[in-house]
Ligand binder design. Structure first.
Ligand SMILES: [Ca+2]
Ligand SMILES: [Ca+2]
Ligand SMILES: [Ca+2]
Length: 204
């Protein structure tokens, strides 16, 4: 009898929790947070892949529907490094953290802005792919300087929103990450990196 009461109570409380969770929709895209987790979309971004189509209407919310057009112009900046988990950061002489980090170098005497990032994640075991466009609003690469772009869930300067439900965070398989950085009026720069199998380490 006692056991039955407990089960009923547990059921009732989990139902209440499910109802509460289901009505939460942080990004107001019409998809509840818990459904975004199942779909693999970003609960903090109404347009997860950045292609201009809202998650609810997007047939492929994790792969851009439009073609990413590379910027052209002066070849004045380059990607110095792309860091992922299990990388050794040659510049800082320490292990790289788990998030995606792109280190840019300005080779010119002029500040560069108006950056947009395109990145594609391929799960090398399942073949699943995801592609994202991310405008890097407010990011300025000063003349002759190097600076990192961080793609994670931190809200800080030079940090830009990663999808917490993406392959990057949820697949334990070996991944390949293709990165292209656009800057209006400048030659786009690309780099590819592999992320070893295994989960992201919380300790980093
Ligand atoms: Ca939502
Ligand atoms: Ca969303
Ligand atoms: Ca979209």
């Amino acid at each position: 009898m006692k056991k039955r009461v407990l089960t009923t109570m547990l059921l009732a409380s989990s139902l209440m929790f499910a109802q509460n969770a289901s009505v939460k929709d942080f990004d107001h895209d019409g998809i509840p947070n818990n459904s975004e987790k199942i779909l693999g979309t970003n609960p903090y971004n109404a347009d997860t892949d950045g292609d201009g189509i809202n998650d609810l209407k997007d047939k492929y919310p994790l792969n851009i529907d439009t073609k990413f057009v590379k910027s052209t112009g002066a070849n004045d900046f380059k990607i110095r490094e792309v860091l992922v988990e299990n990388n050794y950061d040659e510049v800082a002489k320490k292990d790289a953290s788990d998030h995606l980090e792109i280190i840019l170098q300005n080779k010119s005497a002029k500040d560069i802005s108006n950056f947009t990032l395109f990145y594609k994640i391929v799960d090398l075991k399942t073949g699943a792919t995801q592609s994202y466009i991310l405008p890097l609003k407010g990011f300025i690469l000063k003349a002759n300087a190097k600076k990192s772009i961080h793609i994670d869930t931190k809200k800080a300067k030079n940090h830009f929103g990663a999808n917490p439900n993406s392959l990057y965070y949820n697949s334990k398989n070996k991944l390949k990450v293709f990165v292209t950085v656009n800057a209006k009026g400048y030659e786009a720069q690309s780099m590819t990196i592999k992320k070893d199998a295994g989960g992201t380490e919380v300790a980093d």
